[in-house]
Design a protein around this ligand. Sequence first.
Ligand SMILES: [Zn+2]
Length: 451
Amino acid sequence: MGQSTSPDPRRRQLLRAMTALGLVGMPLPALARTGVQRVRMSVDGDTTRVVFDMDGEADYSMFSLQSPDRLVVDLDNARAIEDLSISDNPRSVIKAVRHAARNGSDLRVVFDLREPVEPRSFVLMPAQGAPHRLVLDLDAGETPAAPSTARDNGARRGRSQEDLRDVVVAIDAGHGGHDPGAIGPSGTREKDVVLQISRRLAERVDAERGMKAVMTRTGDYFLPLRERIERARKADADVFVSIHADAIANRSVQGSSVYILSERGASSEAARFLAQRENQADLMLGGVPVNGQDDSLANVLLDLAQSGSLEASNTLAERMIGELHRVGKVRRPQVERANFAVLRSPDVPSILVEAAFISNPSEERKLRSASFQNSLADALLTGLRSYFSTHARPGTLIADGQPDQHIIRPGETLSGIADRYSLSLSELRSLNNVRDDRIYAGQVLEIPRGS
Ligand SMILES: [Zn+2]
């Protein structure tokens, strides 16, 4: 990588990409984050000024939400050093401030507003003893963008709900057509059982409020791997879930595993081998070579890390593994990584689920059974729910109805937090998939809204 002190931002980005992909042998995420020390507020006439005091620079973006009115500020690669709070001032347009970690390394700060505002922002470098600052000026009493005479709450809510979209889950049944995938000892074909499981998952996703399923293939036909990615992207998929069944010469091997993309360096020899085999799908038709060196590889790497989609993929995979434990044996308790061509979407978090070993006679039987297929689809749906509870993008129904979050501070206990929000310990545990009472400072807990 040359000199690590290079100030060139492109170089820094590439280093960040390599780091995020684990290519420099570091765990994810390994970069120092900008700390937000506090948030200050002052009011001058109709203008509320908010100042973030920070120990470094941070890229940021902001947007407004309605019903209720909120201003959301996202700081990239940042964290709150202390619980950010403001003192109540009835003359201020801000009612309250909340914050939560986002995408593992970013900080989201949400201001609850008394009315819509027109925000302006600028940054200040350290000067006269003051640290890095991000300053927001919020002007109240702005006329709404659209002329609105009736301020009827119901009507407003009705309109804004219509604007909210469903999160889109792309479900990719592996193989198809002349490519049967792996074949079990009794002749069960991977392409058939994974299509059945995918259909059951799609039914569940479509029945879920705020979620919509898009299947890359709905019947027994061949699709090149790139076409699968294309179909998901055309449907504006929020996530991509590819469903397969594993096979290995040793028939005693059982269990599920979940994979994410690694362009280089598989997490194990078995993972590398599996990815090679799954990538064969295209070669069987003399399709596009998928293992060849791609000119845009560096760009893809950058895109992946920049959009945070690899990290989101990892989170999705972890949530899925957590649920698969309830259905059957999990062969690999960690998220596995390998170079699966079908997971190579720069902007859609993507995972590949090997549901079970079709080469194992007992799992082959299970893969054919409706009850196992249903439990599996249930588990994957729960994994999706868990993922979207923290990763639904703004503008989706799920994000809008999202529970509030609590960031654990040093010294806090799970029972103390449960008390604080009038929840039972078991409610808090099950909502957050916490099996024991081990928690850590900085961990984000979901708290049902209104608690
Ligand atoms: Zn497969």
